[in-house]
Design a protein around this ligand. Structure first.
Ligand code: PEP
Length: 268
């Protein structure tokens, strides 16, 4: 069996997901135009890949509307843990659900770096997302100095254990992880396929220790960090890499679609 894993399961049994994180880009009308263009491209792409776009909050509604009737799924870039209340500037899971959002990114490194996100807040946000029936994409990744200091595994283990604290196996099975080495995000530096694969395999081993074989082998673990059409195929061809979380290359329909096509090829 092609791509059969060390533990006997097939990579093909995991869901291949490519998600675009638009960050603070695209107004409502720009987002609508991007999704209209992506819809045309997506119609010709293998249905074996889940395509997700994650616009900023104010662009969500126009993108949900534009994506209706297509295969494109919509995600938010953050969610608060409380149901409602005095949390100026925050958005609840119920608000996202009612807006027609299906996925939510949690714990992106930019949130951790610039907005004080911690393993604890990631855990709280993850619980709220799961309780509301949103599909979480939980981001983890080490800083350059952590990798250079030989602390990558310790950091990732802490982040995974922190994110999943108090979460049942049933809920854990609904989570997508995104490994994004911080030094590779928006820098043009990509982890080599070998480095990325070794790190993904380690992350899967941490999930295995927490929840056992079936959940670890079934979990989609995306790679993120300067993924583009030219490197997506080789990255996704790795045994433990199940798609991508894409920043810059997701802002144009043609490059995002080409990246998705390459990811599908890599996953075969
Ligand atoms: C990201 O922000 O999640 C990301 C991976 O960005 P980029 O693809 O631009 O490195």
């Amino acid at each position: 069996m092609e791509d059969a894993g060390k533990y006997g399961n097939d990579k093909m049994s995991r869901k291949l997901i490519v998600a675009g994180n638009w960050k603070m880009n695209k107004t409502a009308s720009e987002g609508k135009a991007l999704v209209e263009a992506l819809k045309n491209e997506a119609a010709g792409i293998c249905s074996c890949v889940e395509i997700v776009v994650c616009p900023p909050f104010t662009t969500l509604c126009s993108v949900v509307e534009a994506a209706k009737g297509s295969r494109i799924k919509v995600g938010a870039q953050n969610v608060h843990w409380a149901e409602n209340g005095a949390f100026t500037g925050e958005i609840s899971a119920a608000m996202l659900k009612e807006a027609g959002v299906e996925y939510v990114i949690i714990g992106h490194s930019e949130r951790r770096q610039y907005f004080g996100e911690t393993d604890e807040t990631v855990n709280s946000r993850l619980k709220a997302a799961l309780a509301a029936g949103l599909k979480p994409i939980v981001c983890i990744g080490e800083l350059l100095e952590e990798r250079e200091g030989g602390r990558t595994e310790a950091v990732l283990e802490r982040q995974v254990k922190g994110a999943f604290a108090g979460i049942s196996a049933e809920d854990a099975a609904k989570v997508v992880l995104a490994y994004e080495p911080v030094w590779a995000i928006g820098t043009g530096k990509t982890a080599t396929p070998e480095v990325a694969e070794a790190t993904h395999a380690f992350i899967r081993s941490v999930v295995r220790a927490l929840y056992g074989e079936a959940i670890a082998e079934g979990m989609t673990i995306q790679y993120g960090g300067s993924m583009k059409p030219a490197n997506a195929r080789e990255l996704v061809a790795q045994k433990d890499i199940d798609g991508g979380l894409i920043g810059g290359a997701a802002l144009k329909a043609d490059s995002f679609a080409e990246l998705i096509r390459q990811a599908v090829e890599g996953n075969r």
